[in-house]
Each structure stands twice: as structure tokens, then as C-alpha cells.
Design a protein around this ligand. Structure first.
Ligand SMILES: [Zn+2]
Ligand SMILES: [Zn+2]
Length: 774
């Protein structure tokens, strides 16, 4: 039998060994460059049972893609054995993603009689760090950041026993031989007494002392699997406010770590979908609807209907959450806008002005890997996960390519929420979340990440794919690579391709691709696009009506400018005047200056961005002038919407011969201005606006699809992180008899761009067209 997929470094061989032994089979199992090979001999029904169960009962970290079997001559082996690896070739998937602590390890962690009682680094082949500690290939202890820790006799015996849960668990460790946790003062000295926890009735160790400090209102930097976090009590108004001001993070919500599902339910509505996402092995942040009266500081998630919740994902976090007994803020260890700290010296230096104490350890983090974020949405009456950030717990799992890459390639992604993607043959590996490619530090981790993954997966790119935008740092990087051919891909085409490819499809399809901004093939700013296309190319079948983006990028931070632009567009058709509340907030002079920019076109490029339209309506509804992070007004607009409202506004669909279809929202803006002027609740206005966009999108897609004889519609782009919009639009499309694809593996936002670029480049070289006309 040949088993392929993520089957190495996940306890697959001992699992096969145990299963074969239980079934009374003889033979062998080994790892080779293609995955796992098994030869089994015995009664036919026992062999059949092995074949049936090997995928079904695979260990939790394994991702079995295929099991192939053929009959061979019996050899008469007396035993079943694990044979040494054949390391002549390179492994297809050499290392798994980091995995949340398993139940068996948790039981040991909590058992006072166990030798790993309260040991913050307990792990086994079913759980623990993987990608964040791997330094090279093949994956073994010498090529992880555990290389410096020599196993004691007891750990070594487990590691070498095929029947043991820790057989070849590379990060295996115990208190006698493994990493240690320490609690440091902000100046890096170990003056903190570990007994201080005991004074509060907590365990007399570093974690107990950290918990005592947290309960007393301290901010503690905690070294996790993929980087440092900052923690404080989530119900302590003063501590949360202090953390916000020291991090210079004005309004972006903080994630919360709860000790378990019970605590999660006290804060938020946890349905079966949220429960599964929270308690699964990926250890990710799950957005869930906040409960009225949840005992939390107001500053945790201002203006949000949802909370980002996380269960403890490492033994250290389990101990800390258990000792504290209250929900903790657990947010990235950085000053706003910077990447999360992960190297000890750097963390101590950068976080010392923020944290009172540091809970650190001596197992290095090889690759900074942020928390992944997901929300559950409802599609076709069933819950589905919508990934918002794909990083720790997912990377470096591969994603399939529907058309194999004939030449190894690297796709460099976009600029915000940057990721990169390597591809070879039928597989693509999307790297960890890098962040916004705007600083030296993120650019450095982009370069380093590419080098590291090229090495791990033995991919030497011959093709390098980049966005059409000439000013992206990722584009500059691609054009500077020597000895490669480069391919440019349009931004929204990459969004369309990403969603098609993850569903194993090549198209053609009709895509409604709504996001903030992307460089169009005509050099203008796109972002509300209806594209008809496949993996190789596309046609712009429709778009949002273009308006001015007054002041260019300034309009992203100041969504009132977009409100001004849309009000101006309505005024030009004899519509309403803006609500006095927003003009008052902004100031009459600033508003008039903005109108002047729009009238003259000075520094105000035209945009078809749907994200900016949501910003404009968000600014109008909340009378908010400025935001502290991109898309905040749009996020708050969604949170505001009254789900029970059934009324809606009406967008115009305008068609002129030879021109793309236009979604014209001016009538909607006119109604919004009139309703807000008449005192209609913003919650109703928001709901009617969402419904208007959903209906117009579905109608436009149905019209354009039927004209082209397309049966499939793709919904993607960052605007579709909005669950209300996504669910409504998908339901309307399904109602119209169209198959609707939405992102499930890769985020709808720019985190999915690199994978889409890879799918497009692979499809083009498959056709022998490395550089077709766009
Ligand atoms: Zn375990
Ligand atoms: Zn040990």
C-alpha cells in the first residue's frame, strides 16, 4: 500500500504498526520520499480491514490524500516492523502544521502523579510544535530548534519504542531534559519569585506566579508557539485600557483566550460550528457573536458584534488559562503595525515598554507564525468555515492545483495581508501570514520565509508571479529575482482563480470580486468587479460605478472622504445633501475642500472599489470621520445591521452597448441620506444597504452568467469577509439556480492572492503560454 498526503512526522508509522499488530498481520511500514509505504501479509479479511482503516482511523495530524494498493507475492515474514526511512529522495510534505495539545497529553499535564505534571512542553506524535520549530529537512530532531536539548533515558526510550505514543515525536521532552519556562521582569532579570503564585493559592512555579500577576492587573508577555503575545485580564477595564494605550492600538479588537468551551459560552454564542472550530487541533481564533452582558472590559472589542475567542493551544497556555480562571486578552506581541515579536532579545527590547513581566522559555521559535482567524458562516442551510487569516495550525499544509505546474514557481502575493506561495507539480504551499509589506521588518520576514520554504519543499522556482501593481514591494522583489521568468497577474483575477482552484476547478465562472483596492489592467483602481473568466484569463464583464477617491490613500484612513465622494455623485443627479452630523464632525471647511478635490479631480483617482463604498456608508451611518485600521468603517457597518430588518434599497444596473455592466448605487445613497436625515435608525439603514448590494450582485451575476452560458458564480475579495453580505448573496444566487463557490481553504482577502497567482501561472504554462496577453 502506498499512502500519500501529510503522513510524515504525524505518528503514521506507529499507527500502522499498532493497527497491523491488532489485525495479526506481518510485514513492514516505512517513510519514503512519496509518503508511507506498507507491505502487509495475512488473512485476506485482515488485509482488507487494514486497507479500509488506514485512512479512516489515521492519526489526527495526518491528511491522507490517497491510498493505493497492489498485490505482491507473500514473503512469510514473522513479525510486523517499522523499517528505517528510505531518505534517498526528498519528502513531498516534510513537516506538519503546529497542533494544539491532544487529550492524552492534557491528561498527563493535569496528573500530579505523572512525570510531566504541569510541564509546559508536553507533546507527542499527535500534537505539539512542528512548522514553527523546523529548521531544515528531513524533519528530525537535529533539524528543529529542539536540537540543543538531549533526551533523557526515559524520553529516549519512548522515542525509540514503536508501540509508544512518542515514537519519533521529534519535540519530545520532559522536565528533566527539555525546555524550561521562566518569569522575567521587564528589564529581563529573573528577580520574580516563583513562590509569589503560592501566596495567592496558585502553584509555586513560573506559570503560577505569572497567573498571580495577571490576576493582580499586570500585563504579561507570553512566548507562544509562533511568537510573543501580550496578556492581561479581559475583565479589568484599567488593564485593558493600559494595554491599548501602550500598544498604540486604538480600536482594533483584542482576541481573548478562554480556559475552555464553558468559559467561551459565557462570553459568546457558541454553536456547533464554532465549537468544532474552537476545539479542533488548529488552535485558531474563532469569531463568535458576543453575548449581551458578557463580563468584559469595554475596551476589548469596541464597536464589534463579535468577539475573537481562542482556546489554549499549547500546554503553557493551558496551565496559564487554568491558573487564572478568568478570560484573558491574548493579543499579538507588538506595537501597532509592527510584526509580532518572536526572537527573545527582540521581544524583550520591543515589549519592555508594554509588559510588566515576561513568561519566556528556551525553545527557540524558527518561524514567526501568527494566530489563524476563522468565522463560521451559513451556506445552503449548513455551517461552513470562512478563513480570515491562515497561518499557525495550517501552514505548511499543501493545497492542490487543478492544473499542475509544469515548472516550479513562486507567487509573491499582493501587499496587505501578504503571503507567498510555492508550487511544484500538482501542489501549492502557501506560506505563513507575513502581514502588510510596508516595513523593513515585514519585508525581511517575506524574504526569509520564501528562502526557508524553498529549502523545506525543495522548490527552485523557474517562474515568479507578481501583481500588476508596479509599486508593490512584492512586485519589486519578483522583478529583482535573477534567472527566472516573471509573470504578472491582475489582482482580482487572482482572487477569482484562488477560489476556483481551491475547489479543484478551472472555470469558466462568473466572479463577483469585491475588495478594497487592486490595480486594474487599465491602470485605474479596481475593487468592485464582475469578471467572467477561468484560470488562464478573464474579461471585465461589469463593475461598480467609478467615483473619485478624494486624496487617494487618505480616503482609506478617512472614510468620510468616500462619503463625500458618493454624496457629490448623488448631488450631481439632483439628490440629497449630506447629513449634518457627519459634516459637523469633519468640519465644514474640510468637507468643502474635499468637494473641491472631487470637482477638480486633484489627487483623486477614480475607483470602482466596493470596500470604499462600504466605508462611505459606514461613515454616514456612524457619523464617523476617521478609522484606526483599514476597513474598520465597513466592519462596524456590518456589526450595526439589524438582522431582522426585511426592507431594502434598490441599486441600479446600467447596461450600455459595448461597455461593462455598471452597478450604480447612487439611488441607494440618495435613500440613505434621506432616511438618516429623517431619523431612521442606522441599524435599519445598514441592513437595507446590505440587502441592496446582495440583491444587485446576485441579479447582475445571474444576468451576466446566463448571457455567457455559465452555471457557476464565485464570491471572493476582502469585502466578502462580511458574513451578512456573503450569506445573503450566496443564498440569492442559489435561489436563482446558480452554483456558488466561496473561499473555504484560503481567505477571501489578499491572504489568498498568492495561491490564485500560482494557479493562474500553472494553468498558463500548462497551455504552453507563459506570457499571454492580459
Ligand atoms: Zn499529545
Ligand atoms: Zn526527558
Amino acid at each position: 500500500m502506498r499512502v500519500t498526503g501529510t503522513v510524515q512526522g504525524v505518528g503514521f508509522r506507529p499507527f500502522v504498526y499498532r493497527l497491523a499488530s491488532e489485525l495479526g498481520l506481518t510485514g513492514w511500514v516505512l517513510n519514503d520520499e512519496r509518503g508511507v509505504a506498507i507491505e502487509a501479509e495475512g488473512a485476506p479479511d485482515a488485509v482488507a480491514a487494514l486497507l479500509a482503516r488506514v485512512a479512516r482511523e489515521a492519526p489526527p495530524l495526518a491528511r491522507v490524500e490517497d491510498v493505493a494498493a497492489e498485490e505482491v507475492e507473500p514473503r512469510g515474514d514473522a513479525t510486523f516492523e517499522i523499517v528505517a526511512s528510505d531518505t534517498s529522495g526528498e519528502a513531498a510534505t516534510p513537516v506538519a502544521a503546529d497542533c494544539a495539545t491532544c487529550e492524552a497529553c492534557l491528561a498527563e499535564l493535569r496528573d500530579p502523579a505523572d512525570r510531566r505534571y504541569r510541564y509546559p512542553f508536553v507533546n507527542c506524535t499527535d500534537c505539539g510544535p512542528r512548522f514553527t520549530i523546523v529548521t531544515g529537512v528531513p524533519y528530525d530532531r537535529a533539524r528543529t530548534t529542539m536540537a540543543g536539548f538531549e533526551m533523557c533515558d526515559a524520553c529516549r526510550a519512548e522515542y525509540e519504542d514503536p508501540a509508544d505514543r512518542r515514537f519519533h515525536a521529534e519535540p519530545n521532552a520532559c522536565p528533566a531534559c527539555g525546555p524550561r519556562v521562566r518569569l522575567l521582569d521587564a528589564d529581563g532579570s529573573e528577580s520574580v519569585s516563583e513562590a509569589s503564585g503560592a501566596a495567592e493559592g496558585l502553584p509555586p512555579d513560573a506559570v503560577g506566579a505569572a497567573a498571580a500577576a495577571l490576576l493582580g492587573g499586570a500585563i504579561v508577555a507570553v512566548k507562544g508557539l509562533g511568537g510573543y503575545h501580550l496578556a492581561c485580564r479581559a475583565d479589568d477595564e484599567e488593564a485593558v485600557a493600559r494595554l491599548r494605550s501602550r500598544k498604540h492600538r486604538e480600536e482594533k479588537p483584542f482576541a481573548l483566550m478562554v480556559a475552555g468551551l464553558e468559559q467561551a459560552r459565557e462570553l459568546a454564542e457558541i454553536g456547533p460550528a464554532e465549537e468544532e472550530l474552537l476545539s479542533g487541533p488548529r488552535g485558531q481564533i474563532v469569531l463568535a457573536r458576543r453575548r449581551a452582558g458578557a463580563a468584559l472590559a469595554a475596551a476589548v472589542a469596541p464597536g464589534r458584534r463579535e468577539l475573537g475567542l481562542l482556546l489554549p493551544y499549547s500546554p503553557l497556555h493551558h496551565l496559564l488559562a487554568g491558573d487564572c480562571g478568568v478570560p484573558l486578552v491574548l493579543t499579538s506581541g507588538n506595537v501597532s503595525e509592527e510584526p509580532i515579536a518572536y526572537r527573545d532579545e527582540d521581544a524583550l527590547r520591543r515589549l519592555a515598554p508594554i509588559a510588566n513581566l515576561f513568561l519566556v522559555h528556551d525553545r527557540p521559535i524558527r518561524t514567526r507564525t501568527d494566530d489563524s482567524v476563522v468565522r463560521a458562516i451559513e451556506l445552503g442551510g449548513a455551517a461552513a468555515p470562512l478563513p480570515l487569516r491562515r497561518s499557525r495550525g495550517y501552514v505548511p499544509e499543501s493545497a492542490p492545483l487543478p492544473l499542475a505546474a509544469a515548472r516550479p514557481l513562486l507567487a509573491c502575493g499582493a501587499e496587505l495581508k501578504s503571503t507567498f506561495c510555492l508550487a511544484k507539480d500538482g501542489r501549492a504551499w502557501v506560506g505563513h501570514h507575513i502581514g502588510d509589506l510596508e516595513s523593513f521588518e515585514t519585508l525581511r520576514s517575506f524574504h526569509e520565509g520564501i528562502d526557508h520554504l524553498q529549502h523545506l519543499f525543495a522548490v527552485a522556482p523557474e517562474l515568479v508571479v507578481h501583481d500588476l501593481h508596479p509599486d508593490y514591494l512584492s512586485t519589486a522583489y519578483a522583478l529583482k529575482r535573477e534567472g527566472v521568468e516573471t509573470v504578472a497577474v491582475q489582482h482580482h483575477h487572482a482572487h477569482l482563480a484562488s477560489c476556483l482552484a481551491e475547489h479543484g476547478e478551472t472555470g469558466p465562472a462568473l466572479g463577483a470580486i469585491f475588495d478594497g483596492t487592486g490595480y486594474g489592467i487599465d491602470g485605474t483602481v479596481w475593487g468592485g468587479e464582475l469578471l467572467a473568466g477561468d484560470l488562464r484569463g478573464f474579461e471585465r464583464a461589469g463593475s461598480l460605478l467609478p467615483v473619485a477617491m478624494p486624496g487617494g490613500a487618505a480616503a482609506i484612513r478617512e472614510p468620510w472622504r468616500m462619503a463625500c465622494a458618493w454624496v457629490a455623485a448623488v448631488d450631481a443627479t439632483g439628490g440629497e445633501s449630506p447629513p449634518a452630523a457627519l459634516v459637523d464632525r469633519v468640519g465644514g471647511r474640510a468637507w468643502r475642500n474635499c468637494r473641491e478635490l472631487i470637482a477638480t479631480g486633484t489627487g483623486s483617482p477614480a475607483t470602482t472599489s466596493m470596500g470604499r463604498l462600504f466605508d462611505a456608508v459606514g461613515a454616514l451611518c456612524a457619523a464617523a470621520a476617521r478609522v484606526s485600521y483599514e476597513g474598520q468603517a465597513a466592519v462596524e457597518l456590518e456589526a450595526l445591521a439589524d438582522r431582522a430588518e426585511t426592507g431594502r434599497y434598490e441599486l441600479d444596473l446600467v447596461e450600455e452597448a459595448g461597455a461593462p455592466l455598471r452597478l450604480d448605487p447612487r439611488p441607494v445613497l440618495g435613500e440613505i441620506l434621506a432616511d438618516l436625515g429623517a431619523g431612521v435608525a442606522p441599524a435599519l439603514v445598514s441592513a437595507r444597504f446590505h440587502a441592496a448590494v446582495a440583491h444587485a450582485t446576485a441579479e447582475a451575476c445571474a444576468t451576466l452568467a446566463s448571457r455567457r452560458d455559465l452555471g457557476t458564480v464565485v464570491l471572493s475579495g476582502g469585502v466578502f469577509q462580511n458574513a451578512l453580505l456573503l450569506e445573503r448573496t450566496a443564498a440569492l444566487l442559489s435561489g436563482a439556480g446558480l452554483r456558488t463557490l466561496v473561499p473555504r481553504l484560503l481567505p477571501p482577502n489578499d491572504g489568498g492572492i498568492s495561491y490564485g497567482q500560482a494557479a493562474i501561472a500553472a494553468a498558463r504554462c500548462w497551455e504552453g503560454l507563459a506570457k499571454p496577453p492580459c
